[in-house]
Design a protein around this ligand. Structure first.
Ligand SMILES: Cc1cc2nc3c(=O)[nH]c(=O)nc-3n(C[C@H](O)[C@H](O)[C@H](O)COP(=O)(O)OP(=O)(O)OC[C@H]3O[C@@H](n4cnc5c(N)ncnc54)[C@H](O)[C@@H]3O)c2cc1C
Length: 330
């Protein structure tokens, strides 16, 4: 019998497991994720490092991860706008080897005493005052945490609603270029019809680029990947810094919209990270938010105060994002 079973062992789940294990709880993380699997989302915003240092995990931010000097954005008629992170009061941004980062967080949780079960959760049901969880094997736990990311698997199963801000989808590709990308900054470029591009050089020298577009348009491009390459070649800022590959294999489409789950807790369960509130990747805030959310759940911050902080973040996020997308004609 575990005190807490955490469904999902991404950044939110692993950090929650770490916090609860350090507090002496018997904790299990349940996820079928494989260490080394490709995962999207590799820029840790300034501020994310501060959370890791507070957890005494600052050592995780060495090689292979690299620091990011800033961003170049071509979004509106201001032309290319550089943003520099070196003077940020929140510290540096990092380009993560994402699968390594997530695996290191899980390893830290395990070192603190958390157990990892490599399986997908298929079923949960009440068992006395606690829960029975079917995930490869059958487990019992007093409390459940939904850290399953945007799909909010548990919260939805328990009756919560996930309201998405729009229907944006991300179509990404990753490749080893013949010639290295000519900047280590993050590149962001708005193009026609409510679409925008993201591109970055990964710590191992690979390039990752993603087209964000409405779901219907994404379905068309997904069926004809040459359109993705043609659109990339037609960018102004991004094509200046990297050479699109001749042939491309697109990664499976990902939902890439902000969303909010309601409620985010109930009798014997809580949702954290993307499962509670997800962010459009344009904000570059998702990993930082997931880490912070897990800390607030496990450091004794009262429920009402966590709700207040989330609401404040959501408001600030919408205020920041809405003008961007108005300019982006979405
Ligand atoms: C295209 C794209 C680009 C992004 N870029 C960035 C970026 O540059 N910077 C940034 O900060 N954020 C970025 N994000 C967001 C960021 O990836 C997320 O905010 C972050 O991963 C949230 O962490 P999490 O732990 O809440 O969820 P996740 O990292 O999604 O982890 C959820 C885990 O739950 C597991 N799971 C799901 N269902 C089950 C189940 N039934 N049983 C067991 N396990 C389950 C999954 O396998 C997964 O390991 C991006 C997102 C997208 C879609």
């Amino acid at each position: 019998m575990f005190d807490t079973a955490i469904l999902g062992a991404g950044p939110a789940g692993a950090v929650a497991a770490l916090g609860l294990a350090r507090a002496g709880q018997r904790v299990v993380m349940i996820d079928d994720v494989e260490d080394g699997a490709v995962k999207l989302g590799e820029t840790l915003a300034p501020g994310g490092a501060r959370v890791l240092h507070q957890l005494d995990l600052g050592r995780l931010l060495g090689p292979p991860h690299t620091t990011v000097p800033g961003q170049l954005s071509l979004w509106d008629d201001r032309g290319v706008v550089p943003t520099d992170f070196f003077a940020s009061p929140h510290g540096r941004a990092w380009r993560l080897d994402r699968s390594r980062f997530d695996a290191d967080l899980r390893a830290a949780a395990r070192a603190a005493g958390a157990v990892m079960v490599r399986a997908r959760t298929m079923e949960v049901s009440r068992r006395g005052a606690g829960w029975q969880v079917t995930a490869g094997e059958t487990l019992e736990a007093g409390h459940l945490i939904d850290a399953t990311g945007r799909r909010a698997w548990l919260a939805r199963r328990l009756g919560a609603r996930v309201v998405r801000d729009d229907d944006q989808v991300a179509l990404y590709a990753r490749w080893s270029p013949d010639t290295a990308m000519t900047t280590t900054r993050t590149l962001v470029e708005r193009v026609a019809d409510g679409c925008w591009w993201y591109a970055a050089r990964l710590p191992d020298g690979d390039v990752i680029a993603g087209l964000h577009l409405p779901a219907k348009a994404a379905a068309t491009v997904w069926r004809a990947p040459h359109q993705w390459s043609a659109k990339l070649a037609a960018t102004s800022l991004i094509a200046r810094h990297l050479t699109p590959p001749d042939t491309i294999t697109l990664l499976p489409p990902h939902s890439a919209t902000g969303s909010i789950t309601s409620p985010t807790e109930g009798d014997g369960w809580h949702a954290i990270g993307d499962a509670a509130m997800a962010y459009d990747p344009l904000s570059g805030f998702g990993i930082h938010a997931a880490l912070q959310d897990a800390v607030w759940l496990t450091d004794g911050t009262p429920s009402v105060e966590r709700a207040r902080r989330r609401a404040a973040i959501r408001l600030a996020y919408l205020r920041q994002m809405r003008p961007n997308y108005a300019l982006g004609a979405r």
